[in-house]
Design a protein around this ligand. Sequence first.
Ligand SMILES: [Zn+2]
Length: 254
Amino acid sequence: MEFSTTRLEQIAKLLAEEVKEQLAEKQGINEMEQMLRKLVKEAAGLGLRRAIEQGEERYAGKDVACHCGEQAKFVSKREAVLWTVFGKVNYRRRYYLCAECHQGQSPLDQKYGIVPGQVTQTLSSLLGVLGVEVAFEEASQLAERFLLFQVSDNTVRKQTEGYGSAQAQAEKEWIEKAEDEKALQVRERSMECRSGRIYASIAGAHVPLQHEWRELKTLCWYKVEKIGAAASQKHHRPLIGEQSHLQANDMKCH
Ligand SMILES: [Zn+2]
């Protein structure tokens, strides 16, 4: 995406002015960086509000179609809230009511796919990824560090569940696709030489070359198979984390 250089320059100039005014003589790179992060986040939230609201110009003064076939009439401008990667964004949009079926609607929300009071898809997927990787409480703390606003454990939990069901849906579609005969044949052909899971391990060591130290990496591909009870008894007391019932074979190192 190419942005207008002139506008970017204007934004940059305004940001620099704010930094100069706020920090005065206390300027160090850390303070400047921290302040700019917060400033950009706040400005983006306000920018998003304006961007949403400017989409409403086309509805001004008009009735809108209701799904029942009648026309819904403008009632008032109403405030709504949206949770985004820039934090909470408040915006106002026109609310319409149908006298026939009493259904209310805000065409702007429909136009942009906004569900008022909810979390946007972008924020939702970020929280979902965090929630899958670490405990909800830790995810909420990490989110605050990265996004600069508070996200509750419960929000992380909710988005992670949503993210999980989206993943499950993707897997379901993949399975359905795999079950499709034609797709299966194509897949079988591409997998002729492979069976079972292949593991990889990577090790690095620093070695001195003529003028410098370089990291030499060894990559090893292998398969894992279970070994019989008799064989595993040969091991002495198992170490923590040791999987003595498994052994690697078919190793290929590079
Ligand atoms: Zn209606």
